[in-house]
Design a protein around this ligand. Sequence first.
Ligand SMILES: *Cc1c(COP(=O)(O)O)cnc(C)c1O
Length: 352
Amino acid sequence: MIREQLTDCPKDKQAEDKLQFGKTFTDHMFVMDYAAGKGWHDARIVPYAPFELDPSSMVLHYGQAIFEGLKAFRDINGRITMFRPRDNFLRMNRSAKRLCIPQIDVDFVMQALVRLIEIEKDWVPSAEGTALYIRPFIIATDPYLGVKVSDTYKFLIILSPSGPYYKNGFQPVSLYVENYYTRAAEGGTGEAKCSGNYAASLIASDKAKELGCDQVLWLDAKEKRYIEEVGSMNMFVVIGGEVLTASLDGTILPGITRDSIIKIFKDKGYKVTERKVSLDEIIGALKENRLDEAFGTGTAAVVSPVGKLRIGDEEYVIGDGKTGKITQMLYDTLTGIQRGKIEDKFGWLYRI
Ligand SMILES: *Cc1c(COP(=O)(O)O)cnc(C)c1O
């Protein structure tokens, strides 16, 4: 049962061409609470508003928090569609397990999300590239300063109408190869979508910005030899026609876009190999003119072409710094499926 308390003063909506990412929120949110012995309870859709937390809430001190990110679109026929939403909640349960957070009932939270979006349907933008960004998250709420697993939690879903990621066409990014800080080590939390991973990554993003680069290319923690992820995206390279991406060995976030891109590649007859890919191999291929393309993948950008690599004081340009044909094809295919222009033969769309 989901209780509904709807607002009587809905907010003004921004013009679609003014939408940014993650700055404005819809009128309502979904909330439910957890208590040990009682389970998840008091599921409700209520007006979007600040809420109270005890200053000693465990999440504020020890960071027991996980989140997800997905999108709802309007397809070319005006229907609201989500992309692989169940996979996000299944991944959330895997993140929850790593952080000792209780499991959620995937069918129930799907039902809650669908109801929330039905209520907020007028907030789903329709212009090309726009979407309603969906942010589910769980925080630990025990008012306690001892270090332990919390006995109480809050699960929330908030919604943010977002403008196109690429306003003026693709902008290939420059990557700063980080050779000191690490994002994830074996046995750590790299494969969980937890807030702490982001807190620990900010210092390297700052370094990248200072050096005039857009994003960080993370290397493996042990040998600093293998590429792992780019910013908060999975990383792909195409070398001599073969597609390579880091295998899911525990330090890589299993991106749903990553998985979709692999399936599209295979369907189009490309050879895709998931394994450790060293920076040396990429530089070697670049020098032999065999590095066809490099790009990152994630829900926000879909695909993000890489135009430059900065390693120490050296700068390497990929594909004249322009967007490659393969990257463009992937973007067109995935967004085409999402907007209902291309047949959804993988069964990825969830229509509301
Ligand atoms: C969320 C995330 C991704 C991308 O995952 P998608 O499911 O494709 O959005 C990649 N890397 C990190 C570190 C992430 O947090």
